[in-house]
Design a protein around this ligand. Structure first.
Ligand SMILES: O=P(O)(O)OC[C@H]1O[C@H](O)[C@H](O)[C@@H](O)[C@@H]1O
Length: 569
């Protein structure tokens, strides 16, 4: 599992940076947990000191592997057919990648992951499971996150309808010691609570109980997973020369390119591992996107030809097993035009366990190069606070306050700051003007989508991104809300002011209550969209919200608008 590539004009510059981190013993200092590597201020050092547990979690987990696997076998032998994991961000993205990569394994329960408050999505999950034969995994490091707690209330109620006071037997928790979730699990007689070492942040927790327990429950071999991670740790060890250390090479390329304006880390992952970007996005965006700097992870964007890209990209391709010929051809073409490219090849999907570690280490190194604290997420709270205030108002008035739209048509309501540049009474034209603000080679366009995640919406988003690339040569990202709030949301607000945002909401087709709360899932989802929109505008980010009367119709409308964008080349 090596790393090589064609770094074009950046090669010598990156080489100098590698020499510098070798001289400054950056890798050794990470291994000895020298917090001064990142920040001098005590408030940061305190956070960092309590966030480096990912460096030794694998050894700790080895001691638990047998017990985790025995628990998983007992669950399987009990006739459990589905595992429904309820969590967000660092507590759900690794399991979601495992689910998409490995699917349902013969003879084991199928893993499902719910990380959306969208009522259609929640209803869809509810219709796919029977509480009796489902194990619900409430996964939250802090044990206070509103989404998993709302999912818990909803599914516990369902389970209680069938199982009465024995409902708790179909629930387990994964959390830190002493959290409100740990208490809840005790009160409701959960079958089991797994308490994780507390010195690991969510996005660095794939190799802890947050990744391993769901992996075992779906039938993956935890002991083998840890061996693979250990091999990666050895390859990135303190005595390995930095030029042979894959995390050092990746991290230095990430940090150095970002400092030089090539801050769009464009991830290409082939075939089975194509969802790996979902996990990488959170790791990179939350770790580096702050203090006005950051690396913009671009995952799931259709790969284009050299002329589609400006000079703001670092391409990183990971191919598992046989390389995809089309990807190889396109990468060669990009390399011939001096776009910097790093290539990693791994023997198969199971090597993802090694990738988790390598990328964590690389991100910690990139953070040191960028001079930021890669272990906090200072701006995530801004949207949460605004959402909480909106929900408070909703509880009092039964309504969410909306601003006056800039434009209202039969199909769409458009909200945003009043500015003469965006003045048009044609909705498509207004959208085009907003998107055309994105400066080629500098900005990115983020599609923030509060709709059900399904194949139709995925396909439309992919088409929209392809057209933006073709017309504007600007990088696009796409994230479903509220998932992205716990991932790229940090970068949107705390990172460089280079995002042009399009929030997409739609009239709900149905709504579902959150038992014991004065808000419904529909209200929560809307409050999350409005809260983030207000947080973006509060930071004077370029943001527009499109509220469609019909969800899929809305994305088609947007596609039509981008198809008629003027070409900038
Ligand atoms: O695991 P939890 O405490 O529920 O947190 C879930 C997620 O919530 C927050 O929004 C953080 O920004 C994420 O880093 C975290 O992974």
């Amino acid at each position: 599992m090596g790393i090589n590539g064609n770094l074009g004009e950046k090669a010598s510059f990156i080489d100098e940076e590698l020499s510098r981190i070798e001289e400054e013993r950056v890798v050794e200092r990470i291994w000895t947990k020298d917090v001064s590597l990142w920040k001098r201020e005590e408030e940061h050092q305190k956070i960092i000191r309590n966030a480096l547990g990912w460096l030794d979690v694998v050894a700790k987990m080895r001691a638990h592997a047998g017990e985790i696997e025995a628990f998983a076998r007992a669950i399987r032998d009990d006739g459990i057919e589905r595992i429904l994991l309820l969590g967000m961000g660092g507590s759900s993205l690794c399991p979601e990648v495992l689910r998409r990569t490995f699917g349902a394994l013969e003879g084991w329960p199928e893993l499902l992951v719910l990380d959306s408050t969208d009522p259609d999505t929640v209803a869809n999950f509810a219709s796919r499971i029977s509480p009796q034969s489902t194990l619900f995994v409430v996964s939250s490091k802090s044990g206070t996150t509103i989404e998993p707690l709302s999912f818990f209330k909803f599914f516990y109620e369902r389970a209680r309808e069938e199982r009465g006071e024995r409902a708790g037997h179909n629930f387990i928790a994964i959390t830190d010691p002493g959290t409100p979730l740990e208490r809840l699990a005790r009160e409701r007689s959960f079958r089991r609570t797994f308490t994780n070492p507390p010195d690991i942040g969510g996005r660095y927790s794939a190799l802890s109980l947050f990744g391993l327990v769901p992996a075992a429950l779906m039938g993956l071999d935890v002991a083998r997973a840890l061996e693979r991670a250990e091999a990666a740790m050895r390859a990135c060890g303190p005595d390995v020369p930095v030029r042979e250390n894959p995390a050092a090479r990746l991290g230095v390329a990430m940090g150095a390119c970002a400092r030089e304006g090539q801050d769009k880390l464009t991830l290409i992952a082939n075939g089975r591992i194509s969802s790996f970007g979902l996990w990488v996005e959170q790791l990179i965006a939350e770790s580096t996107g702050k203090e006005g700097v950051g690396i913009v992870p671009v995952a799931g964007e259709p790969l284009g030809e050299p002329e589609d890209y400006a000079d703001d990209r670092l391409f990183v391709a990971i191919q598992a097993g046989e390389p995809d010929e089309e990807i190889e051809r396109k990468l060669d073409a990009l390399a011939s035009r001096a776009h910097p490219i790093l290539k990693r090849s791994i023997s198969g999907a199971h090597e993802l366990w090694a990738e988790f570690f390598t990328w964590e280490m690389a991100t910690a190194i990139a953070g040191a190069l960028l001079g930021i604290d890669p272990f906090d997420q200072p701006n995530v709270q801004e949207s949460k606070d605004r959402t909480a205030a909106l929900l408070g108002q909703f509880a009092e008035t039964g309504d969410l306050p909306e601003e006056e739209p800039l434009l209202a048509t039969d199909e769409v309501l458009i909200y945003g700051p009043r500015s003469s540049d965006l003045d048009s009474d044609d909705a498509r034209e207004l959208i085009r003007r907003h998107l055309a603000q994105a400066r080629m080679g500098r900005d990115y366009i983020a599609l923030l989508v509060y709709l059900e995640e399904n194949e139709e919406h995925d396909a439309l988003l992919s088409e929209i991104r392809r057209h933006v690339l073709d017309r504007l040569r600007v990088a696009t990202t796409a994230g479903y809300g509220p998932r992205y709030l716990h991932s790229t949301g940090q970068l949107h607000k705390g990172g460089p002011d280079t995002g042009v945002f399009l929030l997409i909401t739609a009239d709900a087709r149905q709504d579902l209550p959150v038992p014991g709360e004065r808000y419904s899932f529909g209200a929560l989802e809307r409050a999350q969209a409005l809260g983030d929109f207000a947080a973006l505008l509060g930071r004077r980010r370029r943001a527009l919200r499109l509220h469609f009367r019909h969800d899929t119709g809305g994305l088609n409308f947007l596609l039509e608008a981008v198809q008629s964008l003027d070409r900038t080349r």
